[in-house]
Write a protein that binds this ligand. Structure first.
Ligand code: NDP
Length: 449
């Protein structure tokens, strides 16, 4: 297996032509970062913050399944850690094996996913090695990034906005054979062109967070921000927040970025976000105890926003959940929108509904992105208008440590994971463009090298 992977790697690095790549033998198994069904109870009784991915994530070889007609095999050059990698590795809020079982019951092809192991990972950059017989738009040798919307297009509910499909899933979270592996299996309608000016690791970190933020901020399916609108962004240098900040700036809006350190505040300033709130320095205590929120603290946040931009925000980019939702609903302007895609700090949310209905605000749920939205978001990266927020890189063997960094909120932006790429810095085919955009591309690397 190792020699076959080495031969594929060498061929990719040497720029072998498509027919040569298509004819290289594929190994029957791949190295992958997995969690195991037999260990899904291992953290019972342990507090969430103490659950350690280093105990649950294993690097091992797993057999590759037969390729379905609408799928492709990808040589994963690099992947990334997402918060769903953290959720998978600590089996929260539920272990992912239930998702795989449900998929397994749907069809014969779905049954391949129901395994005692789960290959994690919902991002990848790499090279197409094989395509199934029904794949029309992609071929071996194509350099790609992968978005994580996994949809069965024979389901009528997937034909409008595919995020509304009843069988919509997130690849590598609700399906098996994710991106944290040397080889991965994806549907052809997950593929997008790799940005030419980016390295493999820079190209690998965008799709999940960038597409999510695109839908939340830009798309009519989200808040559809217009020029001059203001947006409060929680975690504005985090995985999704750092792309949200870029979209608000790029779309002519005013971001009000919330972060938790002076270093992160300075980073926001460098991105062009002038209105910044350091939540730790301000010492907000939205919850006075486990059961009670303090509206005076919401008011204090609202005043701070008015001080910074002279008005209330039109949109709140919400994802921390329980800890912030009361404040988010309060500070949105009359008629404004709170758009939410997550609940990192707790999903049983409480807010004062009077502020919502009396002020005609909208609370809107949002989740990843359809293929069109992901493709548009990827195009903006390809054109150098939106930039990767890569701050640090680890190897596949270090996946668990990388997930722990994100779990503990110790990194800004994104953590990439090298799979088949032997080192950082490879994969660029448009060096002139890269040179021109280097300061923006590498802005997040200052913290962790
Ligand atoms: P990150 O950990 O990279 O960033 C989140 C940021 O939020 C942190 O950096 C932190 O910034 C801030 N934050 C964390 N906890 C709190 C809190 N209690 N109060 C205020 N701010 C807080 O995660 P991601 O950005 O990648 O993901 C965020 C959430 O969104 C996760 O729950 C994830 O699962 C979800 N998600 C959902 C998607 C979807 O499609 N539905 C897609 C992608 C992510 P700071 O400390 O600087 O304030």
């Amino acid at each position: 297996m190792t020699s076959q992977i080495d031969a594929i790697r060498t061929a990719i690095l040497e720029g072998a032509p498509a027919d040569e790549l298509a004819n290289l033998p594929l190994p029957e198994a791949t190295r992958a970062a997995v969690v195991l069904a037999e260990e899904q109870e291992m953290f019972e009784g342990v507090a969430s913050e103490d659950k350690d991915p280093r105990q649950s994530v294993h690097i091992q070889d797993v057999a590759l399944p037969e390729l379905a007609p609408d799928e492709a095999v990808i040589a994963v050059m690099a992947s990334a850690i997402n918060f769903n990698t953290v959720w998978t590795s600590i089996f929260e809020p539920v272990a992912t094996f239930g998702f795989l079982k449900r998929l397994g019951k749907e069809s014969a092809w779905g049954a391949r996913h129901d395994q005692p192991f789960h290959v994690m990972g919902s991002d990848a950059s790499g090279v197409v090695l094989r395509v199934g017989s029904a794949v029309r738009n992609w071929k071996p040798g194509d350099r790609v990034t992968v978005h994580c919307n996994h949809v069965d297009d024979q389901d009528p509910t997937s034909h409008d906005d595919s995020m509304m499909a009843l069988n919509q899933r997130i690849w590598g979270f609700e399906t098996n054979y994710g991106g944290l592996a040397d080889l991965s299996i994806v549907k052809a309608n997950q593929l997008m062109p790799k940005p030419e000016h980016l390295t493999w690791e820079e190209a690998a970190v965008n799709a999940l967070c960038n597409s999510t933020s695109y839908r939340m901020i830009v798309s009519p399916n989200g808040a559809q921000m217009t020029q001059g609108q203001s947006v409060l962004i929680w975690g504005a240098t985090g995985g999704i927040g750092a792309y949200a900040t870029q979209y608000v700036l790029h779309g002519g809006g005013t971001p009000v970025g919330v972060v938790s350190s002076p270093e992160r505040a300075a980073l926001l300033n460098e991105m062009g976000c002038e209105a910044v709130i350091d939540r730790r320095a301000e010492g907000y205590r939205f919850w006075s105890d486990e059961h009670t929120q303090d509206p005076k603290e919401w008011l204090r946040l609202g005043k701070k926003i008015r001080e910074l931009i002279g008005r209330d925000v039109d949109i709140v980019f919400e994802h921390p959940g329980r800890s912030t939702m009361g404040a988010s609903v309060f500070v949105a302007r009359k008629g404004g929108m709170i758009i939410t895609c997550a609940a990192t700090s707790g999903y049983n949310i409480e807010y004062d509904n009077r502020y919502l209905w009396m002020n005609l605000k909208t609370l809107k749920g949002c989740h990843f992105a359809n293929y069109r939205e992901a493709y548009e978001a990827n195009r903006l990266v390809c054109e150098g208008r939106i930039h990767p927020t890569l701050s640090t890189v680890r190897t596949l063997e270090e996946t668990a440590e990388a997930a722990l960094l994100v779990h503990r909120n110790e990194v800004e932006g994104k953590v990439a994971v090298l799979a088949m790429a032997p080192e950082e810095g490879l994969g660029v085919t448009n060096p002139e463009m890269r040179e021109r955009l280097l300061p923006q591309i590498t802005l997040y690397r200052r913290f962790h090298g």
